[in-house]
Design a protein around this ligand. Structure first.
Ligand SMILES: C[S@@+](CC[C@H](N)C(=O)[O-])C[C@H]1O[C@@H](n2cnc3c(N)ncnc32)[C@H](O)[C@@H]1O
Length: 246
């Protein structure tokens, strides 16, 4: 039930996390040119980034997620765009990936590495990359090292793995990647395709579930995340980390 409301909130949003096509594109353009790369999009959701990658790269993409309705939506979007021959939607957990070693030129993870953890993702996904293959991660980060107590406590509860950009950068060489580059996204990358549409959806669902206290708890929790961002966006945001396997 809790999960149903959660997915009702998130279904058909442009993205399931902060981000915009232009930043997906910017990160892709930082990579060494590769002809028809084979790409793994980990935690692809309904494929906001996946679609942009397939349009830009001429490559083949595996979109991997555990939520079948997101994958079904990705499949519909691919069919509508006439790209079914180049994109495959796979229902599999990132904890159980068993692709052969050196299967991919690029591994892409927008707003999903937090599920396995930044360091564990870097460590475990490396073997799936071909020699000189690239890992691109878009991850939530502290933008300042001195967050106020309220937001520090909030993320300590919901995402204790959050770090500053610099702390994430420090991890990269230890897992045998070279940093190609990194950049932080502006505040509006959280609003335009994610929190904006999500907040509107929460307001609609509040009316639909007005007599359902359990549903309202779920909606309140999601609204609180948005309210935290409104109040504290100067202290946290998200960044792309673009890396190459050594
Ligand atoms: C915040 S969303 C990001 C989706 C997409 N990358 C985007 O930027 O729009 C995180 C995604 O990870 C998926 N996910 C959660 N646990 C997962 C797991 N164990 N393995 C693979 N995907 C998972 C969720 O279903 C969701 O689609």
């Amino acid at each position: 039930m809790t999960n149903d409301i959660f997915f009702e909130m998130h279904q058909d949003l442009p993205r399931e996390g902060p981000g915009r096509d232009k930043y997906t594109r910017k990160a892709l353009e930082m990579l060494p040119v590769s002809d028809k790369p084979r790409i793994l999009d980990v935690g692809c959701g309904s494929g906001g980034p996946t679609l942009e990658l397939v349009r830009l790269s001429q490559g083949e993409i595996v979109g991997l997620d555990i939520h079948q309705p997101f994958l079904d939506r990705l499949t519909r979007k691919i069919e509508e765009a006439g790209l079914s021959d180049r994109v495959k939607a796979v229902n599999c957990s990132m904890f159980e990936m068993d692709f052969p070693d050196a299967s991919f030129d690029i591994i892409w993870a927008e707003c999903s590495i937090f599920i396995i953890g930044f360091e564990r993702g870097l460590k475990e996904w490396r073997r799936f990359l071909k020699p000189n293959g690239c890992l691109v991660v878009h991850e939530m980060t502290w933008l300042r090292p001195d967050p106020p107590q309220e937001i520090y406590d909030y993320w300590k509860e919901y995402y204790p793995g959050i770090r500053t950009v610099e702390e994430n950068l420090e991890q990269i060489p230890g897992y045998d990647y070279e940093l190609i580059g990194h950049f932080t996204l502006p505040e509006n990358a959280w609003w335009i395709e994610y929190y904006g549409p999500l907040e509107k959806r929460i307001q609609e669902l509040r009316l639909k579930y007005i007599d359902d206290p359990k549903a309202l708890v779920v909606l309140d929790k999601e609204q609180r995340e948005i309210d935290m961002f409104k109040k504290y966006h100067k202290w946290y945001g998200s960044a792309f980390f673009v890396m190459q396997k050594k």
